[in-house]
Design a protein around this ligand. Structure first.
Ligand code: PBG
Length: 334
């Protein structure tokens, strides 16, 4: 057969691995990754999170061991989430302000054992409230009270910084929280503590497995925890950018988009609107769906994992929070 007379043959640049490596535009590195971890009280063994295969809740001592391993794999940071006993939860999340609460003990222990590992803590009340919301309710219980919530969140952020958190990460989506947290940290003598703001955080069904992991859903006793008065409408890309740019003005050091995979357009748009670093959170449901399909034999776990993360990087994220972080680092270390 006679060859086509083509000036441009795109496939020339895909011919073999050497060329494919040379023309590769985006790559994922271990230093892009942040490992989220769950901690529980007591001295029990790891508790599996059923909907997140391979993810467990650890007691403080085991958490420290995990962090040592994670640091030795070259992962620069962890995000620590506490799961509290239901008896410690109340309407106002008052346990969040107890200096010896689980999260602070965990952070102190990790920073003592692995000081070089960056520790990130969530600033939100959902692990502590009986209703599972990230803020407190208004006096008549009809809504989440913004300004009262912000005042509590700023105190929580300072206590996290005191425990040794390097970055505090407001995930509550209240208005004005970043500015309030920055002022509170500075006033308390923590000018170097960074703010990783969950800036474009959507009201997403993909948080389901996480809510099982920290028990916020069980606390609320509902099948569905409705956070739509503070988290973003999945339909709204422009509003997401507006909110993220407000966090930048208020003093955030890093802006986050969450979830990641279903919101790649938002990551890309934000990349074009800010000079700040961007984090993306590949959330629990994104992790769960890859595992579920792999268990059924419908998707290849490793390949899908790698592609899902590469896509987030390609969209413009500088760093990714992912439950796959340690698995990936281990795979690369082999
Ligand atoms: C709550 C918080 C959530 C996640 C991180 N912080 C869930 C929520 O808003 O209910 C979700 C993380 C995940 O799904 O992996 N402040």
């Amino acid at each position: 057969m006679k060859s086509l007379l083509l000036t441009r043959r795109s496939r020339r640049n895909r011919r073999n691995q050497a060329i494919r490596d040379l023309v590769q535009e985006t790559s994922l590195q271990v230093t892009d990754l942040i490992q989220p971890l769950f901690v529980v009280d007591g001295n029990g063994g790891p508790e599996d999170v059923v909907s997140m295969p391979g993810v467990s809740r650890y007691c403080v001592a085991d958490l420290v061991n995990q962090c040592e391993t994670i640091a030795s794999l070259g992962i620069p940071a962890v995000a620590i989430f506490p799961k509290l006993d239901a008896s410690l939860k109340d309407e106002t999340g008052s346990h969040a302000l107890e200096g010896n609460s689980l999260l602070y003990r965990a952070v102190r222990a990790v920073k003592k054992a692995v000081p070089e590992l960056l520790v990130i803590t969530d600033v939100a009340l959902d692990p502590y409230t009986s209703h599972g919301h990230d803020g407190v309710l208004s006096a008549d219980g009809s809504k989440i009270a913004n300004d009262e919530s912000v005042a509590l969140l700023a105190r929580l952020a300072v206590m996290e910084a005191e425990a040794g958190a390097d970055w505090v990460a407001p995930s509550d989506m209240m208005d004005g929280r970043v500015e309030a947290i920055r002022e509170a940290l500075d006033a308390a003598g923590f000018p170097d503590t960074g703010i990783l703001a969950y800036s474009a955080k959507f009201a997403s069904a993909y948080y389901g497995p996480f809510r099982e992991a920290v028990g916020s859903l069980q606390a609320a006793g509902t099948a569905h925890l409705d956070k739509r008065t503070y988290q973003l409408n999945p339909a709204n890309g422009r509003e997401a950018i507006l909110d993220a740019l407000l966090d930048e003005e208020e003093g955030a050091d890093v802006l986050m988009v969450k979830p990641a995979g279903p919101y790649l357009d938002v990551i890309r748009d934000l990349r074009e609107q800010t000079l700040l670093p961007i984090a993306a959170y590949q959330v629990s449901g994104e992790y769960a769906q890859i595992h579920a399909a792999a268990r059924l034999g419908w998707l290849d776990l490793e390949k899908t994992r790698d592609e899902s993360l590469l896509a987030i990087k390609r969209a413009g994220a500088d760093m990714i929070l992912t439950y796959f972080a340690a698995d990936l680092a281990r795979a690369w270390a082999e």
